[in-house]
Design a protein around this ligand. Sequence first.
Ligand code: KG4
Ligand code: ZN
Length: 361
Amino acid sequence: MTADLLVLGIESSCDDTAAAVVAWRGGTTRVLSNVTLAQFDRHAAFGGVVPEIAARAHVERLDGVIAQAMLEADMRYDRLDAVAATAGPGLIGGVIVGLTAAKAVAIAHEKRLVPVNHLEAHALSVRLTEAVEFPYLLLLISGGHTQLIEVAGVGRYRRLGTTIDDAAGEAFDKSAKLLGLGQPGGPMIERAATGGHPARYDFPKPLADREGCDFSLSGMKTALRLAAENVVNPTGQDIADLAASFQAAIAAHLADRTAKAMDLMQGVSTLVVAGGVAANCAIKEKLKGLSAARSWRLVYPPPKYCTDNGAMIAWAGIERLRAGLVPSPADALAFAPRARWPLAEPIAGRAHGGGKKGPKA
Ligand code: KG4
Ligand code: ZN
């Protein structure tokens, strides 16, 4: 039986500065603290995440966020077993800040360091709160990623599809900007779509005739722009209809690709949906229908563990420690931050958008 574990997790790969303390005791997991400081205020004027500004904000705030996480968990550094930190993929400035801070804590307090792949943390986050056994199919839909991954075990992933252009959240954020709505775009479009007719405007069905489970979302944004340009002096109803039609088209595309991935699975009947876009109710409904029709179990991690957070990083550290899949202390301290770090190779040997996390808009 693996000994109990207390792990500090640090996340700084995009525009959230986050730290958390997670305990694993005798098979029970407890999140003792989970502190996230978003940077909307810093990037709002630019309509998207500015990597240099993000990195500077992490430098300013990370110490305080870690201190707050330790305080809320009533934790002392000497009681920790390990420090886990996102080591990639992500905006490299932020990754450097978080990983370097984790190295400093590990050296100063003689703790193990676990460099974590941010995508792996998303892939495993569902097991932080629910007993979900391997294998399962993961649909990861966030501001930086849109991927379908077969999660066979800790460290065992098979990528079935990825976006060949924009990520789902990126499509929402760019389209919200186009409609003159605020950021982050996803919640703004969802709100604007209330009372809208989802079938009023025609949107493309990307990659419909192509094999595989890849996504293409940039055409949706173009279709929205063209539809919006044809509306003279748009009313509130026009905006609602545009937003609802766009949202329905994205939901249909995500469900279509997920259905294809389900067809490729053998011995898998659980779909896990993670990432900020998973909060969208229209997408949820569509995936609920798809899962019910195939008698698949559909699992959503709670939203606070679905979007970027420190608890999922600490949890990935715990999963790796329990599986004995961590580098030696010397290798961990020498681990170089990575802007690109694909979680798994594509099934057909093709490589496009996967593994790289760029600015959200
Ligand atoms: O996972 P996340 O918090 O950060 C990244 O790792 O990217 O995802 C943020 C993304 C943003 O693009 C945001 O617009 C989108 O998730 N999002 C939504 C909704 N809530 C957040 N997209 C659609 N509908 C929502 N309700
Ligand atoms: Zn993320």
